[in-house]
Design a protein. Structure first.
Length: 349
């Protein structure tokens, strides 16, 4: 083994300003995340203009803190990696320009990374977390379910950096459905964790929402489910003055039944795809993979196929995962030039 290889990774694709230092692609020396949740919670969603301004304010202190926490100086770094897409253009630009400045100033290689590949590579980071993969033991092909605020994709990973897209959502992403239904139920933003919390007090069998199976494809659809929840909520009476659900609406039961409907379809299709493509393991990735019901349900249906999920802090947006993905891209020879630009709708495949 050669000397340690350290990557400074930067992530600003949405509403978290994040920087991390990753050693040899897997050791997290630091992982700093400045969340704008409080800022956007007041409006029930992310405001792009406000998000990019908040990144501008946070980016330098966050990068500094990542270096201090990792106990490294500029000269200990070997590359700079940054999310170039998908995400909000104005947010991505802040990270990409910071990374270019550092790469230029320190004469370091620059790597633009796909945010979704980052979510997958959270599995190659060393953690002691229950349910996490041992990166050395992962064998291809792997079946990845990427479920986040903006994406819901089933991807077969054939090797490092080699992906086959099996299917994805035809309308709302799973996380988007959680966020919209959260708002509908009068829960705080982001809806995912709020629904999971409230659902624990509910009975998932009290109500039943429809599932869009889309037989014969690996695709998903969640917009009908959202409409179904809206219709049932309206059935309990008039909405309150601030759009709050009617007082009679049984929020915990509604949350539990909604969560069950999402988890049922995600778990079933993931497990079926893993079997169909003889995947060696299932990797859950993205913010929604923080959901405990989803984790449990995929595991209980997967039989002999191992199921892995990263610790919660590596499921939602962070820069450590970008550093892990960048390590494999660096090994494969990727180096980006100064023309490297943000790609808001960048695809994995
Ligand atoms: N415990 C949970 N249960 C369900 N959903 C959750 C949970 N925790 C977070 N989420 C959802 O995850 C999403 C945020 O995930 P993530 O940070 O990966 O998304 P994003 O970066 O906004 O989108 P993308 O990665 O597609 O660009 C939100 O929609 C949030 O509601
Ligand atoms: Mg994300």
């Amino acid at each position: 083994m050669g000397p340690a290889m350290r990557i400074l990774a930067i992530e600003t694709s949405c509403d978290e300003t994040a920087a991390a230092v990753i050693e040899d692609g897997r050791r997290i020396l630091s992982n700093v995340v400045a969340s704008q949740i409080d800022l956007h919670a007041r409006y029930g969603g992310v405001f792009p203009e406000m998000a990019s301004r908040a990144h501008i304010e946070a980016i330098v202190p966050v990068i500094r803190e990542a270096l201090v926490k990792a106990h490294v100086g500029w000269r200990d770094l070997h590359a700079v990696a940054v999310t170039r897409g998908p995400g909000l253009a104005g947010s991505l630009l802040v990270g990409v320009n910071a990374a270019k400045g550092i790469a230029l100033g320190r004469d370091l290689p620059l790597l633009g990374i796909n945010h979704l590949e980052g979510h997958i590579y959270a599995h190659w980071l060393e953690t002691e977390s229950e349910g996490a993969a041992d990166p050395d033991a992962l064998e291809f092909p792997l079946l990845c379910l990427i479920v986040s605020g903006g994406h819901t994709e089933l991807v077969l990973m054939q090797d490092h950096g080699r992906y086959q897209r099996l299917g994805g959502t035809r309308d709302d992403a799973a996380g988007e459905a959680f966020d919209k239904v959260g708002r509908l139920l009068g829960l705080p933003y982001p809806g995912g964790p709020a629904i999971e919390r409230v659902a624990q007090k509910g009975d998932p069998a009290r109500l039943r929402f429809p599932r869009a199976w889309l037989e014969g494809s690996w695709d998903f659809s969640f917009s009908g489910l959202k409409t179904a929840v809206l219709r049932v909520v309206r059935g309990y009476g008039e909405a309150g003055p601030d759009g709050r659900p009617p007082r009679q609406a049984p929020i915990p039961h509604l949350a539990a039944a909604f969560q069950e409907a999402v988890v049922d379809v995600l778990a079933e299709k993931t497990v079926q795809a893993a079997a169909a493509y003889q995947a060696k393991a299932i990797l859950l990735a993205g913010g929604v993979s923080a959901n405990r019901r989803l984790r449990e349900e995929v595991k209980s249906r997967a039989g002999d196929i191992p199921v892995y999920y990263p610790p919660i802090f590596l499921c939602t947006d962070n820069a450590a995962m970008i550093g892990a993905a960048a390590y494999y891209r660096f090994q494969a020879g990727q180096r980006d030039g100064w023309e490297m630009d943000v790609v808001p709708n960048l695809r994995l495949v």
